[in-house]
Design a protein around this ligand. Structure first.
Ligand code: KIV
Length: 293
């Protein structure tokens, strides 16, 4: 894996001063789709607070996902199911302040937690509004099939949507655990159907979690208007996402096989994030035989 470009003595790294000119234009939806069209890899990391969000922005991470994974890594819950909308609002606001503290260029995605978009499209709109008013640029929701009309409803009302297929942690109990999805021909065909329907409904990003590498490569080719973001889904997606605590090697539980610890060779958190950006952009991460199925 590549060396970290940062050699700061501080475990955090040195951020540019708040007054420094931004090194890049703010990431926007057209820019993300343009990156997908040009084959430039999109980098995404989760972050939950101002300090780590500021580092991600300074490191040039394209997108921050304020994921409901915070239930596990920040709150110590056993799954994401117990995370509330109010908790998500609090963390989105914190991340937005952190990003604004540095360059203010990173695209911020707020995760809609379990039970806040399932009852009706109107409920989904109310919940999404809370995260958008907290400063998110986009919301994420999990699942295919019934979510298609919810995505359409949100997009028609001006809310950009990131969908999420494959291993969907909010329904981990129904899926029978954290396991690879889309392995049989039937499951792969269903995943493809859902992905195409989500693109038609207007979803512009699609997280693919724990999906076989050849299937996510095929989906990436099939979806010109919806950039796939892989996590344990091989290298041939439009972009990659990792949970921050995993890529820093501070996960309290079992480290998923698809994770690389970027902190191990970096001098600082900022250096680890810069190494991640460099590794994803240059297609050195993930290494298919190590980090996918
Ligand atoms: O909540 C989260 O962090 C996520 C990622 C694992 C994609 O959904």
């Amino acid at each position: 894996m590549s060396e970290s470009p940062s050699t700061s003595a501080s475990p955090y790294g040195t951020l540019p001063p708040a007054s420094a000119p931004a090194q890049r234009k703010p990431v926007s939806l057209p820019r993300l789709l343009d990156m997908h069209a040009r084959g430039e890899k999109i980098t995404m990391l989760t972050a939950y607070d101002a300090t780590f969000a500021a580092a991600a922005d300074a490191a040039g991470v394209d997108c921050i996902l304020v994921g409901d994974s915070l239930g596990m890594v920040c709150q110590g819950l056993s799954s994401t199911v117990g995370v509330t909308l109010e908790t998500m609002r609090y963390h989105v606001e914190s991340v937005v302040r952190g990003v604004q503290r540095v360059q203010g260029t990173t695209w911020i995605i707020g995760d809609l937690p379990y039970g806040t978009y399932h009852a009706s499209k109107e409920q989904a709109f109310q919940s999404a509004s809370v995260l958008m008013q907290a400063g998110a640029h986009m919301v994420k929701l999990e699942g295919g099939g019934w979510t298609t009309e919810t995505v359409r409803f949100l997009v028609e009302r001006g809310i950009p949507v990131c969908a999420h297929l494959g291993l969907t942690p909010q329904t981990v109990h129904a899926l029978g655990g954290y396991r690879v999805q889309g392995k049989t021909d039937e499951a792969a065909a269903e995943l493809k159907r859902h992905a195409l329907a989500l693109q038609d409904a207007g979803a512009t990003l699609l997280v693919l979690e724990m999906v076989p590498a050849d299937l996510s490569a095929e989906l990436t080719r099939l979806l010109p208007r919806c950039a796939t973001i892989g996590i344990g889904a091989g290298v041939d997606t439009a972009g990659q996402v990792l949970v921050l605590h995993d890529m820093l090697g501070v996960n309290l539980g079992k480290m998923p096989k698809f994770v690389h610890n970027f902190m191990a060779d970096a001098g600082s958190v900022l250096g680890a994030m810069q190494a991640y950006v460099q590794a994803v952009k240059s297609k050195k991460f993930p290494v298919n035989h190590l980090h996918a199925w």
